[in-house]
Design a protein. Sequence first.
Length: 115
Amino acid sequence: RLLSDAGLIVLTAFISPLRTDRQTVRQLLQDSNFFEIYVNCPLEECIRRDPKGLYQKAQAGEIPEFTGISSPYEPPQSPELVLDTSKQSLEECVAAVIALLRTHNIISCSNDFNH
């Protein structure tokens, strides 16, 4: 909130499995522009991409309380943006975030993000 209050655009990435936790953050930042962006990726794809084998360890019971395996994940009910990284490229995801920021007049650059 401090950075947002200073006029900065702040992007953060969290594994935030519970809706109540995300709602708390939304309420804390109600005076700021807060956009929940749901980076959706099917569990099977997360497992396939996992370079450290953490999902495999969690499935074997070696890592307790692992989100999506032994601990619940509650998808957002109404995020401002959904990115499906199993279907969208990195460039498409970045363009969608920039479009969201433009739509809400957070940024007004007329060039695309490649320039």
